[in-house]
Design a protein around this ligand. Structure first.
Ligand code: 3HC
Length: 306
């Protein structure tokens, strides 16, 4: 049996592929693409929330937000290490982000205008990430799947703290409830876009599903997120900004309206509200960190460590 056939048979048996195993170049390429962009998303995702650390309304909320943003950094480093198990070079992967060549999740190109946004990001964005990453925790590439197991545990804390924050506002003063509703209105549709284009427009999905990297489709995961989140919004009397939302007794799903794919692809092209600002911030941070990299390089040479 040739190596490709053997690989396909291993995938069909549900085996986990490890770094030292033979794998088709395209499998490796797909994983480097997907995992590096996931890592970029974690790192860029620190920016919108990081802006509110100094403006958190209490010491407790400041500590929670600090912990969450720090977790995201750890998720990014964890997944970058996973990318390196595929032979990718960390510097070139970082370069792809800084030059705008690589993507990161569209969701992080929206501004955090009020404190309620911090809660809705935890509730919606981390909630969506949990749906996606719980699936990825069963993917065929060992290091990625194992990284997801650890990351999902922390995402659950992220989602819970976000929902608690929003519930507090929703049950607060009239102004606080309005602030929470405004944030829900602004973040709902971009959160649905996190799951990617619809299945029929998803060029990578067929290969990723064949190789059990993706075990469920973009639309399936999007629907799961909607089904999970609507009851949570109803429980705190917040309205999801979709007039077409309707519970379907037959399927047990919440049917929802059409996503604005023009907006989605515009954000992917770099024309979102904050794309420019996010890339500038990442490039500035990279430049300011040069002295740390230089110090690590000198130390490594002096003490002959890798
Ligand atoms: N934002 C940016 N780019 C997106 C996107 C999004 N929301 N959805 C899709 N794309 C891009 C894809 O990268 C692909 O472009 P490329 O071929 O140049 O890389 C193109 O649009 C077509 O989409 P596909 O559906 O064919 O691409 P995928 O099969 O890769 O599916 C995905 C997209 C669902 C995002 C998948 O890549 C995935 O599951 N990635 C891993 C998880 C991830 O990256 N999550 C991002 C959020 S991380 C996060 O939320 C952090 C948390 O702590 C808050």
């Amino acid at each position: 049996m040739d190596q490709n056939a053997e690989f396909e048979a291993r995938i069909a048996r549900g085996e986990t592929i490890e770094p030292k195993d033979w794998m088709p170049e395209d499998y490796k390429k797909q994983l480097i693409r997907m995992m590096s962009q996931h890592a970029h998303s974690e790192i860029v995702g620190m920016l919108p929330e990081g802006e509110w650390i100094t403006r958190a309304p209490s010491l407790r909320r400041k500590k929670i937000l600090l912990a969450k943003v720090q977790d995201e950094a750890g998720h990014g480093l964890y997944i970058y290490s996973g990318v390196e198990t595929l032979g990718a070079d960390r510097d070139s992967v970082t370069h792809d982000l800084l030059t705008g060549k690589a993507k990161y999740s569209s969701i992080f190109n929206y501004p955090t205008l009020t404190w309620a946004d911090i809660g809705v990001i935890g509730w919606f964005v981390d909630g969506a990430a949990i749906v996606n990453q719980t699936m990825l925790a069963k993917c065929s590439y060992g290091p990625y799947a194992r990284a997801m197991v650890r990351i999902c545990k922390e995402e659950n804390f992220h989602k819970k703290q976000g929902y608690e924050l929003v519930a507090g506002l929703a049950n607060g003063t009239k102004e606080q409830k309005e602030m929470a509703q405004d944030a829900v209105n602004r973040w709902w549709w971009p959160s649905l876009m996190m799951f990617g284009p619809s299945d029929k427009d998803s060029p990578n999905s067929p290969q990723l599903m064949k190789w059990k990297v993706k075990k469920e489709s973009n639309d399936t995961l999007r629907q799961r997120f909607v089904n999970l989140t609507i009851p949570q919004a109803n429980a705190i009397n917040l309205t999801i900004p979709d007039p077409d939302l309707k519970f379907n007794q037959e399927t047990g799903n919440w049917d929802f309206g059409e996503i604005d794919w023009t907006e989605f692809y515009e954000v992917l092209k770099g024309n979102g509200p904050c794309n420019k600002e996010r890339l500038e911030a990442r490039n500035k941070a990279f430049k300011n960190g040069e002295w740390v990299r230089e110090a690590a390089r000198v130390y490594a040479e002096k003490h002959n460590v890798q």
